[in-house]
Design a binder for this molecule. Structure first.
Ligand code: PAF
Length: 282
């Protein structure tokens, strides 16, 4: 097992691969490793000679101090989970100082408006923080390919845009959402739910599947109204937003246009935990 906490020690390890023209795949995470992360690691291991996973809870992408403080951290357990998949995966678990020196601030990015929708509107500065840390990590790891889950679909589009704008030589690959058999999207935040909450949280995917069925013959506005009324009738949840958006621009859809791909995006709170999910609608 290879675990590094400093850039220099990681770079030394990766140099041996680079010198032999071997490819490096990269999976950036904030830890609390679950099967969704393992599916990203498996894909990277299939497609590359060496796979690196970073475990770093990035302070600049949290706009809520309590959320940052409560974010689950358990490096030892994460290492064991990764090891259960392979002992060849390289773990990079740096400190905040190692990544940011003494300047823990986000760079400002323009993502051509992708950052203004949904999560960007609800969490000001969040995507500047994500872009900042992903750019720093890409510069350190210099992967050929990097893997991101479609659960954070807006983040995936933002990272692709950041790479396009900065000219970094990384292929960003989206991997479908990994779900529990109950349908619940796997997420590090699920750890904060009680047993009862985990049962109740399956409601999110059920509503998304209903919305997908309705979208076949109804316009986006009607589907949106349906989802909002479902949540009004369910006292367990506090719906933050449901939006139907064009996959490419992330702009809200009012009418269906031929040749466009649409997705439904959902954020709801349960037991004080912010849950996020989405579904392809066509
Ligand atoms: O999706 C995450 O876990 C984080 O946003 C990421 C991409 C690792 C950046 O901190």
């Amino acid at each position: 097992m290879f675990i590094y906490t400093t850039k220099t020690s990681l770079e030394r390890h990766l140099k041996a691969f680079r010198d032999q023209n071997k490819t490096i795949g990269f999976v950036p995470t904030m830890g609390a490793i679950h099967d969704g992360h393992l599916s990203l690691l498996k894909k990277s291991a299939q497609e590359n000679d060496c796979t690196v996973i970073s475990i770093f809870v990035n302070p600049t992408q949290f706009n809520n101090a309590e959320d940052l403080e409560k974010y689950p951290r358990n490096l030892q357990r994460d290492v064991e989970t990764i090891q259960s998949l392979s002992d060849q995966i390289v773990i990079f678990a740096p400190s905040v100082v190692e990544i940011y020196d003494d300047n823990t601030v986000a760079e400002s990015f323009s993502y051509d408006g992708l950052e203004l929708e949904m999560e960007g509107a609800q969490r000001p500065g969040h995507f500047d923080g994500v872009g900042t840390v992903v750019k720093k990590l890409f510069e350190i790891v210099q992967p050929a390919k990097a893997y991101f889950g479609e659960k954070d679909f807006q983040q995936l589009q933002i990272v692709k845009k950041m790479v396009e704008k900065t000219g970094l030589n990384v292929l960003v690959i989206g991997v479908p959402i990994h779900r529990e058999t109950s349908g619940l999207a796997m997420s590090s935040r699920n750890e904060r739910l009680s047993e009862r909450g985990l049962q109740q949280a399956t409601y999110l995917y059920k509503v998304l599947v209903e919305a997908q069925k309705l979208f076949v013959f109804e316009n986006p506005v009607k589907v949106q109204q349906f989802v909002e009324s479902e949540f009004k009738n369910n006292p367990n949840f506090d719906l933050e937003y449901f939006a139907i958006a064009d996959e490419a621009t992330l702009k809200p859809a009012v009418e269906k246009e031929a040749g466009h791909k649409y997705r439904g995006f959902l954020v709801a709170h349960l037991e004080g935990v912010r849950l996020i999910d989405n579904i392809s609608l066509n």
